[in-house]
Design a protein around this ligand. Sequence first.
Ligand code: C2E
Ligand code: MG
Ligand code: MG
Length: 758
Amino acid sequence: MGMVDIPVTRLQRAAAASLPAGMSTGELPLSHTLVLILSLLVLLLAGVAITAARRREREGRDHLRALHEREQRLQLSLWASNEYYWQYDLDTRELEETRVTAETGGEFAVRVIPDRQTRIHEEDAPIVRERLIAYLRGETPYFQSDHRLQSSNGGWQWVRTRGRAIAHTPDGRVRLLAGTARNIDAVREMEGQHRIAAEVMRSMAESVLVVDAQFRFVTINPAFTRISGYDADDVLGKDAGLLNSTRHDADFYASCRAAMAANAHWVGEMWQVRKDGREFLCEMQATAMDDPVNGTRMYVLVAEDITERRRIERELRYLANYDPLTNLPNRTLLSERLSHAIVQARRQNGRLALLFLDLDHFKDINDSLGHATGDRILRATAQRLREVAGEGPTIARIGGDEFTILLDASDAPEAADRLAQAVIDAFDAPLQLDGRHEFIISPSIGISLFPDHAQVPTDLLKHADTAMYRAKASGRRAFARYSHEMDADIRHRASLVAALRRAIERDELYLVFQPQLSLTDRRLTAVEALLRWSSKELGEVAPSQFIPLAEENGLIVPIGEWVLREACRTLAAWRQAGVDNDLVMSVNVSALQLQRADFAAAVKNALAEHGLPPEALELELTETVLMAQPELASERLQAFREMGVSIAVDDFGTGYSSLAYLHRLPINTLKIDKAFIDGLGCSPDNEDTAITTTIIAMARTLGLLVVGEGVESPEQLDFLQHHGCDMAQGYHVARPLPADACLRTLLENAAQARALRA
Ligand code: C2E
Ligand code: MG
Ligand code: MG
């Protein structure tokens, strides 16, 4: 072996060198030989010793190097793991830390920090102690604890330590513990945030679902389960298309995914299907989450069920734009449609017509029959309007009993007239209120035109309203087209109403009396009281002007009561003056008066006040008033029959009542309207002639007294007499007269009759 060879060769060389010159080993004596051998031996031993020492030295160096390398590795691993080494002496309670820091130049620096003070946070100390005891008792394989330690700068930091015993006392007690520790502030912070995030997701009201790049479920929260009905087992790993609804086509969902992928963000509304098949609308917000390390992507979808919210919004929108009673558009929506229609019409040089419809006497009906019936009438009216106007025009209810129909037609004026007439005709047939009840009501309609009358919705509406008033004034159940003169008319009406309110107290009202002639004995057996108004500001105002106005705003109630008392007062005075006791006073009564529950009492009082018997009074009601509310009319009239006051049906023939129906009401007299009397005697086959003779014949068989109204000629009078009519009233008999003039006429007539009899 080489190592051994080298010293031997050297020894030989050294021995040779030590001999005197010229002397070889073979020539030496024995003593010399022994010395030489001993010397060689010594040399050999010395060489061996040197070699061993050198080897030891080399081995020591190698060992040190290996030790150094291990130490370097240990340092490196401590540095890389960001941990430090600690050692704790249980006897001295001394803690020693070895920290490795990479100083500049890549060299590691080791600092040993001996520490006698406990720097464990007081809240964590009991746990640390507990863990240590558990380990020392052999209950745990090693000691481990997470706790707070105070760092050199005084702040607290969380550390995770792990260690075990490295030295024991002779009696086997642990003397020295060692291990590593590292700062876990960041870990704990991350864990904390993770916990918070998980808790937030768990408790969120919105459903949260995380899907992978292929839109497969990765995780869901409880709200998702609550909203969709699917739990984790149902969905995890499956495609999110599981929830797709048929309300959207496949392209919609594909485009949403494409947008999420392209923009990493998407917000929108989407219909989805629950597990039980019900659909729900959700407002969704999708955000992409990219993992920079492995390049994968996930989407966090936060969705809120907005089905109910949308439904409420829709309902509110409906309420804001529609009338809940009739389901027709309301004033707001009408204005919107009207504006839109005007813009269109202006662009296309088109024309529009707005029909403004108001039900005649609706307010009275509502007041007397109650709002429930009023509502039924309005609903039935809406239905009737739909039937007449069809799908095209916008029908709206803009308040109370006011309806509009918006017509878009190139021949708007004519089309509007046609439609208005069709509506009026359609209301001739009774409205069906509920399976059992029927009701007849008529509309009055005003028409305004774009661009003829107005350019903006409000004006168009205002003018149609004005025209409607004109239609009402012209006797109701009529339509009128707006004209600019009507505005002056409206102003005039307003001033009339204002003046009329003060008419009673200012004593401007008075009565005139028109006698009625009995055709059997040519006696004046009745007079009709007719109202007149002599206004201080406006002069004489015709009843046809102010009576409809008074009816519209309820003034007719106090005025009618005044008429009743005044008529009774006059009759009582006439009786005092010698007029026959069988003279009947006829008084006109409006619908509104009849509806008043206290009307019968008012009549009774008026009679009693002037000591008149009930037979002295007759109340005139038009058939329209009677037919509008047959049940109420029947009930009220029954009270008068019991009282003994007679009832006349005025203007008979102008309404739509059937004589057979009227007969069921407790009435006494029929007054044939002037319109039929006018045509009498012109020619035998005249229609009026036929109608009048029929009415007279039927009335007689029903036991009713018949009066011909508006008799202006002797021919008409003769005709009536010839056909068995009981009485005649008209200019030919006598004009309406002031009280004193009428009294004279009555007395004269009575005297003539007496003379004739004598
Ligand atoms: P009415 O009850 O049918 O009264 C008859 C109307 O015909 C009266 O008109 C009378 O002057 C008119 N007249 C009578 N004979 C003739 C004739 O031969 N030729 C013509 N052209 N007309 C004739 P007046 O007084 O203008 O009354 C109109 C309407 O006003 C009445 O029609 C009645 O409905 C209503 N009215 C009058 N006074 C009252 C009243 O005190 N209360 C109520 N509620 N209405 C009244
Ligand atoms: Mg009358
Ligand atoms: Mg009349």
